[in-house]
Write a protein that binds this ligand. Structure first.
Ligand SMILES: Nc1ncnc2c1ncn2[C@@H]1O[C@H](COP(=O)(O)OP(=O)(O)OP(=O)(O)O)[C@@H](O)[C@H]1O
Ligand SMILES: [Mg+2]
Length: 265
């Protein structure tokens, strides 16, 4: 049974079990867009690769202060793990890069309980979860805790299969463990509408999920990779770039969705 109440911050998971589909780039840049719009935002990195911290120019302090420590014995309170970033209104709970902390745990409500801490509800309006490219307890925890999920995918031949596999898990969790969970949409990343294969894969995904669930894509833009390497959101690193325009447009869509649904939860 879910321990989540109806009040508190909105929780959005960015997820796909396939690797390298733009999950972290999307999580970091959407989180930065929320913060820039005045929402008190917390980004939680559930992937032991620890890329969110790198993308925000942070080097997490060693010690038991990561999202993965929530899943260890004698877990700290989530509120103790939130680190400020260089950007107003944006905090990060970094990942641990210690693989032993990623060990399996059957309880898929750990994150839900942590997010229900009163200090988290008091401090934040928006939570963004970046998840690992695997079908494990961290992904189950993310989907059990989320109100919304975005599935970024690359318009490559295996993308449809990856999205299909994740959607099975998604709908299982939405039916059984978390009836609040909604698919905000599938997000084409590095999409080039001039390439026939990209149009074909996008059309296949649209057929599977419905055209209205395919979000406006994120075009290929080297500035997104450069911004990441510079440890800055693209809105700061290259505010005139295509990457920033596309993530700003995505933010607009996400915000509208959250708004429309906020009355109904
Ligand atoms: N729209 C884009 N244009 C160009 N490069 C991009 C774009 N989106 C992401 N990238 C680059 O592609 C690589 C993979 O992106 P990212 O790390 O966000 O994917 P991921 O799904 O989080 O990967 P993983 O599964 O390993 O966690 C990174 O080097 C990133 O900078
Ligand atoms: Mg990632």
């Amino acid at each position: 049974m879910s321990v989540r109440g109806t009040a508190g911050p909105s929780v959005l998971a960015v997820t796909n079990r396939k690797g390298g589909t733009g999950k972290t780039t999307t999580a970091v840049n959407l989180a930065a867009a929320f913060a820039a719009a005045g929402r008190r935002t917390l980004l939680i990195d559930l992937d032991t690769q620890g890329h969110c911290a790198l993308g925000l120019g942070l080097r997490p302090a060693p010690g038991p202060f990561s999202a993965h420590h929530l899943f260890a014995d004698s877990a700290p309170a989530l509120a103790e793990l939130c680190c400020p970033t260089a950007w107003d209104g944006l905090d990060l709970v970094p990942a641990s890069t210690e693989l032993r902390l990623a060990r399996h745990n059957d309880d898929d409500q750990i994150l839900t309980r942590a997010l229900a801490e009163p200090a988290i509800a008091a401090r934040y309006d928006q939570i963004i979860l970046d998840s690992p490219p695997s079908l494990d307890h961290l992904l189950f925890n993310a989907l059990a805790a989320a109100h919304w999920a975005i599935i970024p995918f690359l318009p490559h031949p295996l993308a449809g299969e990856g999205v299909k596999q994740l959607s099975r898990v998604f709908f299982q969790i939405a039916l059984r463990n978390n009836t609040d969970l909604r698919l905000l949409g599938v997000l084409p990343v590095m999409l080039d509408a001039r390439i026939g294969q990209h149009r074909l894969i996008r059309a296949q995904v649209a057929e599977q999920f419905g055209e209205q669930r395919v979000l406006g894509g994120i075009r290929n833009d080297i500035k997104l990779a450069e911004a990441f390497a510079a440890g800055q959101p693209v809105r700061v690193y290259a505010p005139r770039s295509r990457g920033h325009q596309d993530y700003q447009a995505l933010f607009g869509t996400v915000e509208t969705c959250l708004h429309e649904r906020s009355g109904s939860r």
